[in-house]
Design a protein around this ligand. Structure first.
Ligand code: SF4
Length: 411
C-alpha cells in the first residue's frame, strides 16, 4: 500500500540487509567497562551496541542508533562480519559480554552465534532488550540472560507499540529474563506495578484485528467517514469489518429502543451501554478480519452518559474489562456547524436540548480521561473540511498502525 508511512523508529532496510548477508549492524563495540544494570551490575564487561530500534523513547540515551531525523544512521553504524565482531569482542578483557542497542533482538538470528562463541570462550552473555520483540526459539535457548527493560508511559511510546503481550510472555517463559523499569516519579510506580504487568491489562491488547473507533458529536460525520474508510481500505486488500454502537445485538437494540422512548433512568441506560459492549467483545476479536472500524465506541459512551449525569469514573469502571481501541479518530467540529448539518433533527434522548448541549464538553473531558489514564492514542481530525480531506487525514493516522499490524497486507 503506497500511502502507508514507515514509522520513525522502524528498524529500516539496513538491519534487514545486514541480516540477509549474515553481518551485524553495529553502532559500537567498547570496553572493558562496568555493567550498570541487572544482576551483573558492577561487573566488567565488553559491550556490543547494535544499531536500530523499533521504538522511539523520548528520553533515549542512544538515539544515534535509530533516530534518522537527528542522525545519519549510516555514518553512525557499520555492518560487521562475525569474524570482525568476534575479533573486537575477544580483544576486550572481560568475562561478561553485554549485547545492547538499539534493540538487539531485531538482529536475533545473528546473536545465537555470538552467544555460542562467548560460551565457548568461557564468557557470560547478557542481551538487553525493550521486551517488544518476540524472541525466536533459537535465541530463547541460547546461553544468555535477557535484561528486559519494558517501557512505561513516560517513554512517550504508545502502549500498543511498547507492550507486546506475546513478546513479554515468551521472554518470561525462557526463565532467563530479569525486568527493569525506568521510573521518573511516583505515578510510574502505578504504571509498573498496576498496569504494565497485570495480565488482564495485557490481554486487552492481545493480538487480533486492529480496532479503530470513530468518535465525535452528532453531525460530525462519523458514519460518512466509517463508510469511506472501510471502502478505501477494502480496495487495498485489507479485510475490514464495520461495527456501530449501540450494536445490533440484544442489549444494543434494547438501548436504541429505550433511548427513543420516554424518560428512562440514566443508570439503567449506562448499564445497558456497557452490557452491549461486553456482549460484542467476541465479534471485535473476530480473527477473520484485519481491522474493525467502529462507528462510536467507549469514548462516545463516556461522553454521552456523562452528559446524562453518569460520572465518567463510574462509567470507566463499568467498562473495565472491555477492549480499548488501538486508535481513536476524533472528529473535531464546532457544535454550531454540527447543529446546522443536523437541521434541527431530534431522533432520541441524546439529541435533545439538555444532553446534546452538554455532549461537546463531555467529549473533551472523556478525551482527557482516556489520554491521561488509559494511555489512549487519539488523533483529532478537522471535521469541518471536505469529506475527502477528512478521509485523507484518517488514512495518514492509520498508516503506522496498519504497517505494524502483522498480517495486514501492505499493497
Ligand atoms: S527501546 Fe531503548 S534504544 Fe529503543 S528508543 Fe527506547 S531507550 Fe532507545
Amino acid at each position: 500500500m503506497p500511502d502507508l508511512l514507515p514509522h520513525p523508529g522502524s528498524p529500516g532496510r539496513a538491519a534487514s540487509r545486514a541480516r540477509a548477508d549474515g553481518r551485524l549492524l553495529v553502532a559500537e563495540i567498547f570496553g572493558p567497562t562496568f555493567q550498570g544494570e541487572g544482576p551483573s551490575a558492577g561487573r566488567l564487561a565488553a559491550f556490543v551496541r547494535l544499531s536500530r530500534c523499533q521504538l522511539s523513547c523520548v528520553w533515549c540515551d542512544t538515539p544515534y542508533t535509530w533516530d534518522r531525523t537527528r542522525y545519519a544512521l549510516r555514518a553512525e553504524s557499520r555492518r560487521m562480519s562475525q569474524a570482525e565482531v568476534w575479533q573486537a569482542v575477544e580483544a576486550i578483557d572481560a568475562g561478561l559480554v553485554v549485547i545492547t542497542g538499539g534493540e538487539p533482538l531485531l538482529q536475533q538470528d545473528r546473536l545465537v552465534w555470538l552467544a555460542g562463541m562467548c560460551r565457548a570462550a568461557g564468557r557470560w552473555t547478557e542481551i538487553e532488550t525493550n521486551g517488544a520483540v518476540v524472541p525466536s526459539r533459537a535465541i530463547a535457548g541460547a546461553n544468555c540472560r535477557f535484561n528486559v527493560s519494558l517501557k512505561l508511559a513516560n517513554s512517550g511510546v504508545p502502549a500498543r507499540r511498547r507492550l507486546r503481550p506475546d513478546a513479554i510472555r515468551a521472554l518470561a517463559s525462557t526463565g532467563k529474563a530479569v525486568w527493569k523499569f525506568v521510573v521518573t516519579g511516583p505515578a510510574d510506580l502505578d504504571d509498573c506495578c498496576g498496569r504494565t504487568l497485570v495480565a488482564g491489562d495485557l490481554d486487552r491488547r492481545a493480538p487480533g484485528p486492529v480496532l479503530v473507533a470513530i468518535e465525535g458529536i452528532d453531525g460530525s460525520g462519523k458514519t460518512t467517514l466509517a463508510a469511506a474508510l472501510a471502502a478505501g481500505l477494502a480496495r487495498r486488500g485489507i479485510r475490514v469489518t464495520g461495527h456501530r454502537e449501540p450494536s445490533d445485538g440484544p442489549a444494543g437494540r434494547l438501548l436504541r429502543s429505550l433511548s427513543r422512548g420516554g424518560d428512562r433512568h440514566p443508570v439503567m441506560l449506562a448499564l445497558l451501554s456497557a452490557a452491549d459492549r461486553y456482549d460484542q467483545q467476541a465479534r471485535l476479536a473476530d480473527q477473520g478480519c484485519d481491522l474493525v472500524i467502529s462507528d462510536r465506541y467507549y469514548l462516545s459512551g463516556l461522553a454521552y452518559h456523562a452528559a446524562d449525569g453518569i460520572g465518567q469514573l463510574l462509567y470507566q469502571r463499568l467498562n473495565a474489562g472491555v477492549r480499548r481501541p488501538d486508535l481513536y479518530l476524533f472528529l473535531h467540529l464546532d457544535p454550531a456547524i454540527a447543529a446546522a448539518r443536523l437541521g434541527g433533527r431530534v431522533r432520541d434522548r441524546w439529541e435533545r436540548g439538555g444532553i446534546a448541549a452538554r455532549v461537546p464538553q463531555s467529549y473533551q473531558a472523556a478525551l482527557h480521561l482516556v489520554e491521561a489514564t488509559e494511555d489512549a492514542e487519539v488523533t483529532r481530525l478537522d471535521a469541518a473540511r471536505a469529506p475527502q480531506d477528512v478521509l485523507a487525514q484518517a488514512l495518514t493516522a492509520l498508516a503506522p498502525l496498519l504497517a505494524e499490524h502483522e498480517g495486514v497486507p501492505r499493497g
